[in-house]
Ligand binder design. Structure first.
Ligand SMILES: Nc1ncnc2c1ncn2[C@@H]1O[C@H](COP(=O)(O)OP(=O)(O)OP(=O)(O)O)[C@@H](O)[C@H]1O
Length: 793
């Protein structure tokens, strides 16, 4: 009792002092979390609920009020970046105090491993680290695999499956291995864990053997750090005692993404004193595909009987509309702690749902929505897959909008599909190079075998490869006609605009059929490969020549590389949902919200328990995206992509139903270009908006998402009211709407490029001379977006 009182008063003093010093007054639950220093504590923190603030205050309290030495406290962070972030924040809050030990679980595990290896006299070597693509290429040619994880796996794949492992297969394989290690799955069960790579379990078995016996030292990868540390703490009582005695207070952050082996290490570490604070949000667990185990949190009391659980539900980040909508959205999941995120922040803008008629308008819509904004660092565009980034950056680069690509994936530009397309194009300049044909011979209509290529290479008369094949190499009957046609098509290809050229490669030259065959034979994901081809077409669309296309690809690669360095610049952030965790922006656009992307086709293909777990994780991922926005959140979907109909994401439909539960049936049909906005508590209760005013057809995807008049407002249920608005189109009444008006000699005004004169129109392309030079634009886009006006005389 006395101790409690003393603690309360020391707590009060501490909170008052810190409130004056750093200007943050902790709320009641946050204060409890700070004061509850002894015994196990599960701190369930909603997004933006100030968990980092609380964690830092808790550590400060232990040091300043309880007199704990900094070296007795261990804070385990999710990544090195969050360790740095915490250190910095801690230094700001407690400038006079020495730092405590903030580091990742891997770094803790590595310490244990080092210790263990030293004690047992085992020489070892770490086999991870970034390899440049050229380094990888170079090393790949060697007979013995260099002692690097990827190179060893590449080598084993070649031996066991045959052929060369692709980048995606390497990703799949390393994820599979991580999952197995992190979940501590026994070898007998490896074959039951699904992996897209054939014989993954056999490769893993060979990999484990190689690491133990393939070199003069024991080889360890990052996953091994965890399993070996876990094993060492299990079998070496001396080591266990040493680490158990090292810390009196342990704290783990982002614990929803902690895996079974990581939990097991922490359990061992705190077994004696049980002073463990686990900070987590089960609703933000998005890494179960690589071994994170959110179910552990749901059974926290089993691992730590008597543990206390606190819910930090007050969101300080976002406006009420966003918080209420996200809070209701996440409740569609079953396996979770039932939390109720709330905020005292102002109501703010409603959540916007924008349904475009086609994917083709998405990037240009974003460009228009962002052009003219000054605080670009306050804007984020979030997507499920990295593949969304390339088309986007193409559009931003053209529009001159600076962007920062978080975790930019440069591999697009060296992907074999991109290389193939460029090789097809190179063949159109000369058909006299057998070495070029050799690169694509099996991907061409007329399928030229390896033997035929070998025979061709023997000829060396410098003539057309097609002529030489027909005249000097033994061919199947059907090949003669196909190769003759290919020869003509390659010649025509050279003068085609690049988009048409890509379509010809895909169709007439047989590349898509070849991809089909490879997908069947090698288990590649067709959707993904077609996506690359579609992106290439998108890049090629406004370009005139194949040379322009090759240059543009090089340029974009450079731009992407440079964009990684723009982190602290005033630039729009483009990020996957995964990488956006922990970040916040004033305005957030979530894009490509269609069925098959989020939830992904993979999520949907899973059946039974695995299926519902995948679906719940997809919901959490969407929730992570939504909760990054401080004041403006816009969800973007569309109804057509690359000529095929697509369906909006069920999650968008879910949000729409939250926004407007009244109009479910109508909403299910998703009106073209419709804009729906959600509201939050605070509107007049019990007033239902008229169905007619709830949504509006908006086939002008450029309509401003912020300048809108309210057409109806009301409140449904107890938590969320609805405001649905009429969009005010910003399309100019003078905008050219008919293609007939686009004739050579006509003077026009472009929104961005200013005055210009039409030089030529050709199908969908219109070439215009502006002050800053000639541009070739898409007629369709100009008309649909209302970008061009007739210049007034
Ligand atoms: N009690 C409080 N009063 C006022 N502002 C607060 C309080 N607690 C936290 N904040 C503010 O809320 C914002 C979010 O806090 P913080 O970054 O600590 O959240 P978080 O929970 O770590 O976020 P997330 O996990 O979603 O990334 C910060 O600007 C912080 O200063």
């Amino acid at each position: 009792m006395e101790e409690n009182l003393a603690q309360a008063s020391s707590g009060e003093r501490f909170f008052c002092r810190k409130s004056a010093e750093v200007g943050v007054t902790l709320n009641k639950v946050q204060q409890q979390a700070v004061l509850q220093t002894e015994g196990p504590l599960l701190l369930l923190a909603s997004p933006g609920s100030g968990k980092t603030t609380t964690v830092i205050m808790r550590i400060g309290y232990l040091l300043e009020e309880k007199g704990v030495a900094p070296s007795r406290i261990k804070a385990v962070t999710f990544s090195r970046a969050s360790a740095t972030d915490m250190k910095e924040r801690f230094a700001r809050f407690f400038p006079g105090l020495p730092p405590v030990d903030f580091s990742t679980i891997h770094s803790l595990a590595f310490e244990v491993v080092r210790d263990y290896m030293w004690r047992t006299g085992t020489p070892y070597r770490i086999i991870e680290g970034e390899l440049r693509p050229d380094e990888e290429q170079e090393l790949a040619g060697q007979e013995q695999p260099p002692l690097h994880k990827k190179m060893i796996l590449r080598h084993l794949f070649g031996n066991i499956v045959g052929g060369t492992i692709t980048e995606e297969q390497m990703d799949d394989l390393t994820t599979y291995i991580s999952l197995i290690k992190n979940k501590l799955i026994r070898q007998e069960e490896w074959a039951t864990v699904p992996c897209e790579v054939r014989e993954a379990h056999s490769i893993l078995r060979a990999y484990e053997t190689f690491k133990r016996s393939g070199a003069d030292k024991l080889l360890l990868d990052y996953d091994d750090m965890l399993t070996v540390a876990h094993q060492a703490l299990e079998t070496e009582p001396f080591l266990l005692a040493k680490y158990q005695c090292r810390y009196d207070y342990v704290l783990t952050d982002e614990s929803q993404d902690t895996s079974a082996v990581q939990h097991a290490i922490i359990e061992k570490l705190v077994r004696k004193h049980r002073n463990l604070c686990v900070v987590a949000d089960d609703d933000q667990s998005i890494y179960s595909w690589r071994g994170a185990d959110p179910s552990y949190l749901l059974q926290f009391g089993n691992a730590y009987p008597g543990a206390k659980t606190l819910f930090m539900e007050q969101n300080y980040r976002s406006t009420r509309h966003i918080v209420d909508t996200a809070n209701r959205f996440i409740k569609r999941n079953q396996n979770r702690y039932d939390k109720n995120m709330f905020t005292h922040n102002p109501e703010g803008h409603e959540v916007t749902i924008r349904s475009l008629s086609s994917y083709a308008f998405q990037a240009s819509y974003l460009v228009r929505a962002i052009t003219g904004e000054e605080e670009l660092r306050e804007i984020a565009i979030l997507y499920r897959n990295n593949s969304s980034a390339i088309g986007l950056m193409n559009a931003f680069d053209r529009a001159g909008i600076p962007f920062y690509m978080k975790d930019a994936d440069l591999r697009f530009f060296s992907h074999w599909v991109v290389e193939d397309v460029l090789n097809f194009m190179r063949m159109s300049y000369t058909d006299k190079r057998p070495d070029l044909l050799e690169k694509i011979h099996m991907k061409l209509a007329g399928y030229i075998t390896k033997q035929q290529i070998a025979a061709l290479k023997m000829i060396g008369n410098g003539e057309s490869v097609f002529d030489n094949l027909t005249a000097h190499v033994e061919l199947k009957d059907y090949q003669h006609k196909l190769l003759e046609e290919a020869k003509t098509t390659f010649r025509e290809l050279n003068t085609m605009p690049p988009r048409e050229a890509i379509r010809t490669i895909r169709g007439k030259l047989g590349y898509e059929k070849a991809i089909d065959r490879m997908c069947e034979r090698l288990g590649f994901r067709k959707e993904y490969l077609m996506g690359i081809l579609n992106t290439l077409e998108e890049i090629a669309e406004p370009l005139d020549t194949l040379e322009d296309f090759a240059k543009r690809l090089k340029h974009l690669e450079t731009v992407l590389r440079q964009s990684r360095a723009r982190k602290s610049h005033n630039a729009v952030t483009c990020s996957t949902f995964h990488s956006s965790k922990g970040l916040e922006f004033k305005r957030v656009y979530m894009i490509d919200l269609i069925d098959g992307i989020i939830p992904s086709s993979d999520d949907k293909d899973k059946k039974g328990e695995a299926g519902s777990a995948a679906m719940e994780e997809a919901v959490r991922l969407f929730y992570v995206g939504m909760t990054r926005a401080r004041t403006e959140l816009e969800l973007i979907t569309y109804r057509e992509r690359d000529g095929a109909k697509v369906t909006e994401s069920a999650f968008v439909t879910g949000v729409r139903r939250i926004v407007n539960p009244d109009a479910e049936d109508e909403e299910g049909k998703a009106q073209p270009g419709a804009v729906t906005r959600s509201g939050a508590s605070g509107g007049p209760r019990g007033v239902k908006p008229g169905a007619a005013s709830r949504k509006r057809s908006l086939d002008d995807p450029g309509a401003s998402n912020r300048k809108r008049s309210m057409a109806g407002s009301g409140s449904i249920g107890s938590a969320v009211s609805v405001k649905v608005v009429k969009p005010v189109a910003v399309r100019s009444p003078d905008a050219i709407a008919e293609s007939a008006a686009l004739r050579a000699g006509v003077k026009v005004k472009h929104r961005k490029f200013g005055q210009g004169e039409i030089m030529q129109t050709d199908g969908d392309r219109v070439r215009i001379r502006f002050d800053e030079g000639e541009k070739t634009l898409s007629v369709r886009t100009c008309l649909e977006m209302g970008i061009l006006e007739l210049e007034k005389k």
